[in-house]
Design a binder for this molecule. Structure first.
Ligand SMILES: Cc1cc2nc3c(=O)[nH]c(=O)nc-3n(C[C@H](O)[C@H](O)[C@H](O)COP(=O)(O)O)c2cc1C
Length: 450
């Protein structure tokens, strides 16, 4: 029998009416409001029918200052995931929640509950929140710096892991005859006393189907990568070229080994935003059509947000850019890695501001591509087999049409090449991603007794 080929993982990143900045204006994007739950349910069901591993919802904790010119509103992810859990049955459900602006006890309850509601299909995208304006909505004492956000995040992880482990899997016996609901010796406090958090525990929720949610992370700075190497089971990452994706892949896999984990325990998923049509010329025409709907002033504001609020308003649109037009990356307290992606493009190609904004409008610094289904499948196979990816974070420029074309035309090619599942084999997100089961401290205590 042939050995089973290494399998590709696909996540659908649901964002606005598509990832292209102008998708919300395009006549082919969904007519539903971005506050209508049926929009998200419909996309998750389409992705499940196409056998995607998971869907993903991002989150920011402040309204962007381009709210008047861009449809950038969304529903709170934990709430949406609960609705998606009830309207799907197989697909994994990943939502973002910030370690900087919530308490570990709240988060452990919310994602623990979601794991129960979905029967083990939940993932948590761990973010420390890079957006400077979020700080003003939480106490107003200013943004915590990059290093401190990660230090706090580290302690946050210790606390939530302990809370999810505070119930043994067999703690609930639900014995009506003898009036015993749970075994007290199988539930224990955590008594955490650290620099940022004091949490007694235990969690007020039995152990969840996956033990805890799958840990997803997308930090790409040095600190972010080390955090991922310690905790992440799936990693999202943004690249504008294959070479940087390969370098990131090799680095993160080796950092993971340094942390004493097996490199297969981290599934690396770079973003890919494919515009797909029967001919390459038609795909490029569609991409141009969307670019022509974009507003450079919206792009300028987004760029400013990426660089911690830096003022780009006096920069001319049509002069080639130089790195000196940007603040030094080390001084940016926002998302360092994405600012680095942008700066290396400027160093490499000296685009004008208008050209740079055009590139970022496609998918905010993720890889964009316009071509035929065959070309998209070739690109996916190439990155997958050449040390750049374990799968992809699919970011359709236009929703739902570009998801539908991807599902109908690209996925069958990947299946024919033996790279992608033809049916769901497992029922949890952990199983879809081929991840090991987390050990709890109760399991270890049990093993010692045996
Ligand atoms: C696909 C993807 C999705 C992300 N989603 C969010 C998000 O929802 N909220 C957020 O605050 N940051 C999000 N980020 C940003 C990362 O969490 C992280 O802050 C960023 O990559 C910068 O990492 P660094 O601070 O280590 O440089 C995302 C990044 C990627 C690549």
């Amino acid at each position: 029998m042939d050995a089973v080929k290494r399998q590709l993982h696909l996540n659908l990143f649901i964002h606005g009416r598509g990832h292209h900045e102008a998708s919300w204006r395009h006549p082919a994007s969904s007519p539903l409001a971005l506050t209508d739950i049926r929009y998200y349910q419909d996309l998750a069901q389409r992705a499940e029918a196409a056998l995607f591993d998971s869907v993903f919802l991002a989150d920011q904790l402040a309204l962007g200052d381009d709210a008047a010119q861009a449809a950038r509103t969304w529903l709170e992810p934990v709430t949406v995931l609960a609705a998606l859990a009830a309207s799907t049955s197989k697909i994994g459900l990943i939502g973002t929640c910030s370690t900087t602006y919530t308490e570990p006890f709240n988060l452990a309850r919310q994602f623990g509950s979601l794991d129960h509601i979905s029967n083990g299909r939940v993932g948590w995208n761990i973010v420390t929140s890079w957006l400077a304006t979020a700080a003003a909505n939480y106490g107003g004492s200013g943004q915590i710096n990059h290093a401190d956000r990660y230090a706090r995040g580290e302690e946050f992880m210790t606390v939530v892991k302990a809370l999810w482990d505070s119930w043994a899997a067999d703690a609930v016996i639900d014995d009506r005859d003898h009036g015993r609901y749970a075994l007290p010796e199988r539930i224990r406090p955590i008594n955490h006393k650290g620099d940022c958090y004091q949490v007694a525990g235990p969690l007020n929720l039995p152990r969840t189907p996956q033990g805890r949610p799958v840990f997803v992370q997308a930090g790409s700075s040095d600190t972010g990568r080390r955090f991922a190497a310690r905790h992440a089971e799936a990693v999202f990452t943004a690249h504008l070229e294959k070479a940087t994706a390969q370098a990131f892949y090799a680095d993160l896999k080796s950092l993971t080994a340094v942390e004493g984990r097996s490199p297969e325990q981290v599934v690396i998923l770079p973003g890919l935003s494919p515009m797909i049509a029967a001919t390459e010329a038609e795909a490029q025409r569609l991409a141009r059509e969307l670019n022509e709907l974009s507003d450079p002033e919206v792009g300028r504001k987004r760029l400013s947000g990426r660089f911690g609020g830096h003022d780009f308003s006096n920069l001319p649109l049509d002069r080639p850019l130089v790195p000196e037009d940007f603040p030094a990356t080390a001084s940016v307290e926002a998302a360092r890695s994405r600012t680095e992606v942008i700066l290396s493009l400027v160093r490499r190609e000296n685009p004008t501001l208008r050209q740079l904004l055009g590139t970022l409008a496609g998918a905010r610094g993720h890889f964009t591509f316009a071509g035929t289904p065959e070309q998209v499948a070739d690109l996916i196979e190439d990155w997958f087999t050449d040390g750049a990816a374990d799968g992809f974070n699919i970011m359709p420029p236009l929703l739902p049409p570009m998801l539908d074309v991807f599902s109908a035309e690209v996925i069958p090619l990947l299946q024919r090449r033996g790279l992608f599942r033809t049916a769901y084999e497992g029922s949890t997100l952990r199983e879809h991603y081929g991840l090991p089961w987390p050990q709890s401290s109760f399991d270890e205590a049990m093993l010692e007794k045996v």
